[in-house]
Structure formats: C-alpha cells, structure tokens
Design a protein around this ligand. Structure first.
Ligand SMILES: C[S@@+](CC[C@H](N)C(=O)[O-])C[C@H]1O[C@@H](n2cnc3c(N)ncnc32)[C@H](O)[C@@H]1O
Length: 436
C-alpha cells in the first residue's frame, strides 16, 4: 500500500464512485480522485489503487468525517459481495443522491431533473424480483451467488436480503441439484411475487437432471428452463405473467428475457412513459421494446405501435401478447442501430417515439436519425445518465428541446438509476417529411 492522502468528497460520478480532490496539491499526481463507496461531504483517508493520466482511483483506509447518510449495512456480505454497492447508504437518502448524480451528468444541457412519481423505497430490502446469479461447482463445493467486489470470483450468497422471498426460496431449492450442474454457469431468476421461474444457461439437459429438477418444483418454484448448445428444455412452466391489472394486460416473461427489477416502481415508470408519450391516436415507434412492458399500454390508445428489439424470445412473447389481446402492434426483430438510420433515409415518420436502450444508450448515429424520424414527441428511457447526456446533446443539436427529465429508483441498494427524458421539437425546427 502506497502513502495515504486526505480527500474531501464533492460529488458522485455516474456509476456511483465518489469524486473528490486532495486536500494538499501535489503537482506530480492528478488532483481528482475516484473513490468507490465514499459519499458526498465525507473526508476520507485513502491510498491509490491505480493512477491514470487525469485521475487516481483510490481505496478508503479511514473515514475521518462520515456522511450523515452512512449507515451500518443490513447485509453481512456488504463489504465483499459485488451484487449491491450501496448497502452502506441510508435507503431514504439514496434517491436524492441519484438525483444529484443525474443533475451533474446533465449539467451541460441546462436541465434540472425532477423526481418521478413512484412509491417510496422503504427499507430497500426484499424488493428484487429478477436477478442473474453465478455458480461454481468443483464436485465438493457448490457456490451460488454474485461476484466478489471488483473481482470475477463467485461468492456464496445463501440468503440475499434484497431478493424477494420467493426468489430466495427457489434458489435454496436449486441447491438440491448442485451435484448435477456443470463446473460453472449462470442462473436467471424471475418471480411474479408468488411463483418463480428459473433459467439455467449453458446446461445440457440430461435425464437425471430433468428428474432432479422435476423433484425440486413446488408451489413456488414452478418451472426451470435449461439452455445448453442447441438444446432447450422446460421442466414445469417457466413463463410468468407479470405486471397486469388496472386495465393493463399482463406481460408474459421468461427468466431469460429482460424485465425491470422492481414491480411497483415499474408500474409507476410505465404510467409516466404513457403520460409523457401521449400516444392517443398516434403512430408510435417503440425502440428496444423487450417483451412489451410499455407496448401493451401504448398500443391500447395509439393508432398502431411498431416495435423493434434484437432478442428473438422477447419479440415472440410480444407478438403472442398482441395477438391474444387484439392490440395493434407490429413487433420486429432487429438491431435498432441499423433500423433507425434506414427509416430516416426513407419517407416514413412517427409522431411519437419511445426508446428504452440498454446502458450503452442509442449512440450518436441512431440518435441523429431519430431526430428526423420522430415528429411530435420523443420519450427516452435510460439507465445510464452519462450515455443519456450524450444522446440528449445530439437531439438538442438537431432541433429538439428537453421538456423534462424524471428520475426513478428501480434498484435500491445500488447506484443504478432510471431516467425518463421527454422532448418536443424546438420552435422553428424544419418539419420532417410525413409518411409516404
Ligand atoms: C432496458 S431493456 C428495455 C426493455 C423494455 N422496454 C422493458 O421495459 O422491459 C433493453 C432492451 O433492448 C434490447 N436490445 C439491446 N440491444 C439492442 C439492439 N442493438 N437493437 C435492438 N434491441 C436491443 C434488449 O433485448 C432489451 O429487451
């Protein structure tokens, strides 16, 4: 360990690392430090783990002045497990810190983000309805859990407190078949609040494993899907109906397709997206639609919704939903980055565009094309404030104005944050050509 320095933490970077500066300047080293697990306002003593050209990545040795938001983590594995990251932050303070993080990321755009209307975080425990875990199996020991912090070693997490009770129950049952599982692999877990479906990737189904899994099923764990090579087999019924009610048809989801991690906040997010998109009677393009989380609400009032997603299973589930509910949805399997520039080069336009890309965001080229393809509103959902800021800057440059950015917390106990940006064409923006 090198020498230690005192750092006053100013803010949080996207991703949750704290950013601070050395108290005493030393011209031979960068002054900016990124320190995981420190909090704004804190004074910490730290040493350098890695020095880059413009910053140092530090490790805390001692917290000299702790933040008022620092608490004793409720999880005993908090210092070791890489699954959460914010167990040491008071649950009531987490959303405010996330809002600050988004504010900093969007500062250049002059946007003041607001809190979305959603249920409170509560104690931040037992909320997570979807998780991807890892296992290692050397014949004697079976380890099932998450990666150790800043490592690719899997650590055993026998009762993760952020998972809902049905997920914890199902994972305990899965341990019964440990002897029949390969040396390493992933477990995808999803619950509708009552039942659980598990997905095991990279596992070739043997007769023995099928029988053992069959014996594991109960009133909670109702299905397991195995995918290994070309083989896909289902034991029980590993497809769940989630988030229906209040006039909305439920969405069918398997453990392998994307679903939001927290049900109650997802419903609030969905209401928000619908309220901002105002799709009534409009032609809607929905990019990165997944299995139809937003689509089923948009399509109830839109003239038609055209969707795109590159996950075949999600597209298949959405097509089935559209058919079963008689909803006006055209679900396309494809790559958004290729599709949007192609649309922009033609005549077809959409009054409303909703996009919910993964962490990498839309990217500059697709965003430039989107600025042409949409005519009245763009609702951009994003889980990385940094890539959101980049994509918004492109839209602003190409004639769009940001009406609002709202912030939601779908993943308490982690620095993850969900943002929804709503945009309209700026006065004087050249009108895009209409359809055909
Ligand atoms: C954040 S999820 C959103 C899904 C859906 N909106 C929801 O709320 O459940 C992102 C989706 O983008 C899809 N995706 C990722 N990269 C893509 C790409 N290049 N083209 C099309 N879809 C992509 C994934 O399959 C996933 O369904």
């Amino acid at each position: 360990m090198g020498s230690t320095v005192e750092i006053r933490i100013r803010t949080l970077a996207t991703g949750g690392d704290a950013v601070g500066h050395r108290a005493e300047a030393d011209a031979s080293e960068p002054a900016t430090w990124f320190i995981p697990e420190a909090l704004p306002g804190e004074l910490v003593r730290a040493h350098a783990a890695r020095t880059a050209r413009k910053h140092v990545v530090g490790v805390i040795d001692e917290i000299l002045e702790p933040s008022e938001h620092r608490v004793t983590p409720p999880c005993a594995l908090a210092g070791t497990c890489g699954g959460c990251g914010w167990q040491h932050v008071a649950p009531a303070a987490q959303l405010g810190l996330k809002l600050g993080m988004v504010k900093d990321a969007l500062r250049q755009l002059g946007v003041e983000p607001v809190l979305g209307d959603a249920p409170p975080v509560g104690d931040g425990l037992a909320y997570r309805r979807r998780a991807r875990l890892h296992y290692r199996n050397d014949g004697d020991t079976f380890v099932l859990g998450f990666m150790r912090k800043r490592s690719d070693e899997v650590i055993d997490v026998p009762a993760c407190p952020v998972l809902t009770a049905p997920l914890r129950h199902a994972l305990t049952r899965l341990r019964k078949v440990a002897a029949l599982l390969p040396a390493h692999g992933e477990v995808h877990a999803l619950t509708d609040g009552k039942h659980v479906a598990l997905g095991l990737a990279g596992v070739r189904p043997t007769e023995e494993l099928r029988d053992a899994l069959e014996a594991c099923l109960d009133r909670v764990l109702i299905g397991v899907e195995l995918r290994g090579g070309r083989a896909r087999i289902r034991v029980g019924a590993p497809v769940l109906e989630i988030d229906g009610g209040g006039g909305l048809p439920p969405m069918s989801a398997s453990p392998f397709v994307f679903t939001q991690a927290r049900g109650d906040v997802n419903r609030a997010l969905l209401r928000h997206v619908l309220g901002r998109a105002k799709p009534h009677g409009k032609r809607v393009l929905e990019l990165y639609a997944g299995a139809g989380n937003f689509t089923r609400a948009l399509a109830r009032v839109a003239s038609r919704v055209w969707t795109c997603d590159d996950d075949r299973e999600s597209v298949g589930l959405l097509r089935k939903l559209a058919e079963a509910q008689g909803l006006p949805i055209n679900a396309k399997h494809g790559d958004v980055a290729a599709l949007v520039p192609r649309i922009a080069g033609g005549e077809t336009r959409y009054e409303v565009v909703v996009a919910d890309p993964p962490r990498a965001g839309l990217g500059t080229e697709a965003t430039r094309a989107l600025a042409v393809v949409a005519t009245e509103r763009i609702v951009l959902v994003a889980c990385d404030p940094a890539t959101l800021a980049r994509d918004l800057a492109v839209l602003v440059k190409h004639g769009w104005a940001i009406d609002e950015v709202a912030v939601f917390d779908l993943m308490p106990m982690t620095p993850e944050v969900e943002c929804v940006a709503t945009l309209r064409p700026r006065a004087g923006k050249a009108p895009a050509k209409g359809p055909g």
